[in-house]
Each structure stands twice: as structure tokens, then as C-alpha cells.
Design a protein around this ligand. Structure first.
Ligand code: APR
Length: 170
């Protein structure tokens, strides 16, 4: 099952998969980083739909259409802001991936691309975040028999190298 996981360097807004994951904030009204890129690529209808959702708590996920994106769906998840590691950040980041895969199961989504949630503006330590992302993903894909492809789309070389390294660990 783990052979459905791949790691690439690139721009998540260009990925031709059924769903891409957005590293959003609790307002779900867009922002910088990958959130900004996804909203720019999807067009204004994405924000219009997001506004109807009335926000999203940290660790949870919400699904919208992808509009002008190649992806049919955007799964918005809100990662934890790093506050030193003693405020439940690990658990909240785990929750992000768990809730994204819950939606994958419900919607029978066959292919999904993730960015590196929380490791940009939210300052979550990279190796620690990647270990959580990969560990939880491997746990969750076992419950998603219909799932054919899980991509981690890394925007910079350091992130790419960490994902490659940890995905290939036994
Ligand atoms: N494709 C893939 N990854 C991207 C892209 C892109 N087009 N643009 C940025 N990234 C990467 C960043 O380089 C980083 O590795 O996404 C990762 C997550 O960084 P952020 O986008 O800053 O997300 P995060 O750390 O979760 O902070 C979320 O930032 O943009 C705001 O509205 C957002 O308030 C929220 C906060």
C-alpha cells in the first residue's frame, strides 16, 4: 500500500489529481504561501465557497470544489502554529492528516496531493512535521482501499529532501 506514496518538487496548484490539500488558517479566507497560491489559481469562487463554511478549527479539514484548478476538490486543513512543542502541536498536526483522509474515505477520492502543512509561516520544525505527515499517512491509507495516489508536493529543495528521506525509511 505504501507504494502509492510519491514525493515531488513542484507547485501543488498544477497537480492533476482529484484533490489538493490547502494549508489554510482558521478564517478560511485565504492568506499567503500555499493558501494564497491555491486561491489565486482557483479564482474568486473558491473564496466565495470558503466564506459559506464559516471557518475551520485547527486540526480539522473542510472540502470545497477546485473551480479553475486542475483538481476537482480542495481539502482545506488548518495546521498548528508552532509554539515550542508543548501546546499539543504534534497532536493537532496528526489531526490534520487524519481529517483529510476521513474526507478522502467519505468522498472515495482516488488521488490526493499534500503540501508540507505548518512548516512555512506556522514554523513547525520540518523533520518533526514530515515524520508526522508520513507516519499518519501510512496509517490512514490502510483504511482507504480505493486510494491510488498520495503525493507530497514540496516547494523547496530542503523540504523535498526531508520527505524523500523519511518516505524511504522502513
Ligand atoms: N505548492 C506547494 N507548496 C507550497 C506552495 C505551492 N504553490 N507555496 C508554498 N508552499 C509550501 C511552503 O514552501 C511550505 O513548505 O507550503 C508549505 C507550507 O507553508 P505555508 O503556505 O506558509 O503554510 P503554513 O506553514 O501551514 O502556514 C499557514 O500561512 O499562508 C498562510 O493563510 C495561511 O495563515 C495560514 C498560514
Amino acid at each position: 500500500m505504501n507504494n502509492i506514496i510519491s514525493v515531488i518538487r513542484g507547485d501543488i496548484t498544477k497537480q492533476v489529481v482529484e484533490a489538493i490539500v490547502n494549508a489554510a488558517n482558521t478564517s478560511l479566507r485565504g492568506g499567503g504561501g500555499v493558501d494564497g497560491a491555491i486561491h489565486r489559481a482557483a479564482g474568486p469562487q473558491l473564496l466565495q465557497e470558503c466564506i459559506t463554511l464559516k471557518g475551520c478549527p485547527t486540526g480539522e479539514a473542510r472540502i470545497t470544489r477546485g473551480y479553475q484548478l486542475p483538481a476537482e476538490w480542495v481539502i482545506h486543513t488548518v495546521g498548528p502554529i508552532w509554539r515550542g512543542g508543548k501546546a499539543g502541536e504534534d497532536e493537532r498536526l496528526r489531526d490534520c492528516y487524519i481529517h483529510c483522509f476521513e474526507i478522502v474515505r467519505e468522498k472515495k477520492i482516488r488521488s490526493i496531493a499534500f503540501p508540507s502543512v505548518s512548516t512555512g509561516a506556522y514554523r513547525f520544525p520540518l523533520e518533526r512535521a514530515v515524520r508526522i505527515a508520513i507516519t499518519v499517512t501510512k496509517e490512514c491509507i490502510a483504511q482507504c482501499p480505493h486510494l491510488e495516489k498520495v503525493m507530497f508536493v514540496c516547494f523547496d529543495e530542503t523540504t523535498y529532501e526531508w520527505y524523500q528521506h523519511i518516505v524511504s525509511e522502513k
